[in-house]
Design a protein around this ligand. Sequence first.
Ligand code: COA
Length: 214
Amino acid sequence: MTHQFNDNVKISRLTSDCASDAFSLACEVFVEASVLHAAINISVEEYKHYLAGSFEAMWRQGLSLVVTDTQTNEIIGCLIACDYLTQDQSLITVPDKLKPVNALLNRLDEMYRNNRQLETGQCMLVDMAVVIENARGQGIYRKLRESAHQIGRKAGYTLVVGELSSTATQQLCVSRFNHKVCAEIEYSSYKYKEHYPFSTIETPRSIILAEGNL
Ligand SMILES: CC(C)(COP(=O)(O)OP(=O)(O)OC[C@H]1O[C@@H](n2cnc3c(N)ncnc32)[C@H](O)[C@@H]1OP(=O)(O)O)[C@@H](O)C(=O)NCCC(=O)NCCS
């Protein structure tokens, strides 16, 4: 599957040819620009070491995408998706800095699954999405999402879920796609071991787990 949506950018399946570049890009952008990861101040190397195994397990499910600049052949974005029930099966020790992030995501998951019984093959999780800074605001994430939803639908998934930590992802999924907010946690009041690790995040106000039909 390759989808060229203007002269300069194409979206294609993440395969072994580009997995290593996509992995580096995803880690670099997340550490710098995901509000959660910026708040905990983790290094790219530490994050890569932690994520390598689960990143590979996710893209090998065949639901993930890369965006390439067709002029330079450079990867400028990616979206990593997997079956909701197979996320986070890594056996690697979680670095201390990442523990508050994982605890927050686990809490969102708990809130969601209190009201939802899921089966394998039913719900696709969009786990990560990144676009490089100077390509943002041009609708690339929107195109990535639309392509991923199409792939998920064809693979038999009927639901898509995102743990949306940023304003752009919340804007697109909740306001544009009308995905349902199934769980929400305010950053400023989230407490982990007597600390408020995300109190420095001003926008958005909260992290949201949103579910859409495919
Ligand atoms: C989140 C990210 C992938 C968005 O990529 P993008 O290609 O710039 O997004 P798009 O241009 O498709 O914009 C999607 C929507 O968000 C809106 N948006 C984009 N940036 C925004 C911002 N900073 N504030 C408010 N809305 C924003 C756009 O207007 C668009 O909404 P619209 O369809 O109503 O106009 C990109 O900003 C990124 O890589 N951020 C760092 C990593 C990260 O936080 N990933 C998400 C973790 S959940």
